[in-house]
Structures are given as C-alpha cells and as structure tokens.
Design a binder for this molecule. Structure first.
Ligand SMILES: Cc1cc2nc3c(=O)[nH]c(=O)nc-3n(C[C@H](O)[C@H](O)[C@H](O)COP(=O)(O)O)c2cc1C
Length: 357
C-alpha cells in the first residue's frame, strides 16, 4: 500500500536533489533525517518484514541481511531515524580520534549515467569524543537494529584508542584500513602492520571485529596481479588473527580531474562485478572461517542474491540509497522475498548453496 508512495523518491525527490551539488543534497538528506518522529511514523508503515530474511552476523541476530555501509552517517548523528528505514544493521562512522576537516572541495560527485558516486571526502568528521557521546545516547537502539561502528586512524595507537572507547557502546566494530582518500592509511595494507594492529585490538576486544578491505582491482592495472595477491595476504592475516569478518570492499581508487585532489573512490554499479569476483575468491580462500559483508554496487534484491550466492554473509550499501531513496532496504528486502518465493527457497542459505534441496 505504501509502496506507491515510497517510489516517489525516484520520480520526484531524486531529480530535484540531483539538480543540486552532491554535498548540498547530502546536507538536505541529513536535515530530513534529523526529524526522527517523521521516520518513526513512516517506518512503521513501510517496513518489509519476512521471517525468512532473518540472518545472523558473527552471532548477532539480524532482521534481514541488508546493512547500511559506512560513510553515510559519519558522525553517528542520524541513528534514531536510520533505525526506522528497514536495514538489518547500520554501519556508522568512519570515526577518527581527532576531528578532521577532510579534503578540499570539490570532493563529491554523482555520475548518474553509470549509477555511481565518486568521493574524495577524506574523513571529514567531528571526532571520537562527540561520536562516543552520541552513541551512548542511542545505545538502547542496538536491541532493535545492531549498530556497527567504523573506526580508522593513521597510527596503531589512534585506532586502538578509538576501539577501546567505542566497542562497549555498539554491537560490533569495523576497522577501515582502506579509504582511498586518506593519506597514511596505506600502512595497514602491509600484512605485518595489519597483524600488529589486530594483535593490539585483540588484546582488548570483546565484541565482533570486521576489517574493511581495499578492492582487488588496482588503480594502476600494470600491478593488478601483485595487488590482488597483497589483498589476499591481508585476508589470510585477518583469518589468522581470529577476527570475525571482512567487508568487501571499499570504494575503488579512480583518477578524476574534477576532484580537487585529482582522484576519488568510485562506488556504485561500476564496482559491482569486481566486488562479486572478490567475494568469490575470498570465500574460496578462507572457507567458512570469516563472515563476509559484500559491499559495492548493491542496488536490488537480485544484486543481493548474487552476492549471497558468491559467498557473502550479509550485504551493505551506500550508493544504492542515493539512487533508490531512503526505503532502499525495504525495496531490496521485498525483492529478495519475492525471489525466494518464486524459486521455492525457504531460507537465505539456499541462495548460498543455490538449491532448494
Ligand atoms: C560519499 C561516500 C562516503 C564514504 N565514506 C566512507 C567512510 O567514511 N568509511 C568507509 O569505510 N567507507 C566509506 N565509503 C565507502 C562505502 O562504505 C562503500 O564501501 C562504497 O561506497 C561501495 O558501496 P556502494 O557501491 O554501495 O556505495 C563512502 C562512500 C561514499 C559514496
């Protein structure tokens, strides 16, 4: 019944928002999402519930496997509204220890003909103290929607301090070592540095931990094979360190003169096939030892089904919400449910094994 109303985003609101600069549209979306009463009311009407979509992620029960990816709510300010949009979990952040201004503008671009976004934001954010304060205020919401906090930093100590402060007030932590827009993060692309970091975090951790990986595809195609091997080495490091999950993957480093810094991270449809390829390769490398969050170009129930079939445990998205609107998780959930019904599947696991037996 409300479905018709929900589709107004693509017909009416998106064309209006897309006339504005991308960061202005993002600010408008953030303003709209600051009115939690509105989303609570609409969410009750719009939410798609289906017991067959219930999932588990590292021991955490999810109403569905469709999560919000990191970066949309960098400062943990919109959680009460986001909790009503039908997502199975929310990833908020990336939170860094100190407040950061991010890179110079222009640093955000939509590419509608490719259903993509290019961003070179560089972690603008209000920092750890404010994020912790906001998370404490909404901690009770983790009972209905698990909240995963993405953290990062350019030194091991910064990351360990962020983890220590935030882990007790969220459901799980995602360690972002892969933002293409932040100088200094690449030190954790070296296996030794990542292992040292994970050892330090493991000493204090009590909740699930995921690492968000860089994509397989390298910006310089001449070193594609060695790049792929080095990312696979990171995966093996994660597995040996006994962490719980990997998120595959962050946005794809892409040169573009329209960005003030000359490059940005590509998200959306252009990264979807590479993401599927990487999920398949990582699943075959590590077997069932880690959960995999598939992230990159998930727009539809079919995309989510493809990612689950490739070996993902959950999916998560950002760009899909910009193109399909705030109810994207409900739309994808509905599409997944109808796929299950038409294929005679009784659980999501049947996408993973591709059979009704
Ligand atoms: C504007 C923008 C900001 C982002 N900020 C972050 C971030 O702070 N931390 C992070 O781990 N990923 C960030 N990402 C990457 C997304 O979480 C995701 O990995 C990527 O966009 C691919 O998924 P998608 O195609 O569904 O958007 C950002 C993406 C976009 C478009």
């Amino acid at each position: 019944m409300l479905t018709l109303g929900l589709d107004k985003y693509e017909d009416i609101f998106r064309p209006l928002l897309f006339r504005l600069p991308a960061e202005t549209s993002q600010n408008i979306a953030e303003y709209a999402l600051s009115h939690q009463w509105l989303w609570r009311g609409l969410g009750t009407l719009a939410t798609h519930r289906d017991k067959q979509l219930e999932s588990e992620y590292c021991g955490i029960k999810l109403k569905n496997p469709i999560g919000l990816a990191a970066g949309f709510d960098k400062n943990c300010e919109m959680i009460p509204s986001l909790a009503n949009l039908g997502f199975g979990y929310l990833t908020v952040g990336t939170v860094t220890e100190e407040p950061r201004a991010g890179n110079t503008k222009p640093r955000l671009l939509r590419i509608p003909e490719q259903r993509a976004i290019l961003n070179a934001l560089g972690f603008p954010g209000t920092g750890l103290v404010k994020a912790a304060h906001r998370l404490e205020e909404v901690q009770h919401l983790t009972k209905s929607v698990p909240i995963i906090v993405s953290i990062s930093g350019t030194t091991e100590d910064q990351i360990v301090r962020c983890h220590r402060r935030l882990e007790p007030i969220c459901s799980a932590v995602e360690l972002n070592i892969s933002s293409p827009n932040t100088a200094g993060l690449k030190i954790f692309h070296q296996s030794d540095n990542l292992t040292k970091l994970l050892d330090a975090v493991n000493k204090q951790r009590e909740r699930p931990l995921a690492v968000k990986l860089p994509p397989f595809v390298a910006s310089n195609s001449s070193d594609a094979e060695s790049h792929r091997e080095s990312v696979l080495a990171l995966v093996k490091g994660c597995s040996s360190a006994g962490i719980d999950a990997v998120t595959i993957a962050n946005s794809l480093p892409t040169k573009d003169p329209r960005m003030a810094v000359g490059m940005g991270g590509m998200s959306g449809k252009p990264v979807f096939n590479d993401m599927l390829d990487m999920v398949r390769a990582v699943r075959s490398e590590i077997g069932g030892s880690l959960a995999i969050n598939a992230c990159g170009g998930i727009f539809t129930g079919q995309d989510a089904a493809d990612a689950l079939s490739a070996g993902a445990t959950t999916v998560q998205l950002y760009t899909g919400m910009v193109y399909r609107g705030p109810w994207v998780a409900n739309k994808i959930g509905r599409e997944l449910s109808s796929q299950m019904m038409s294929r005679g599947f009784r659980s999501l696991d049947q996408f993973r094994i591709g059979t009704t037996e």
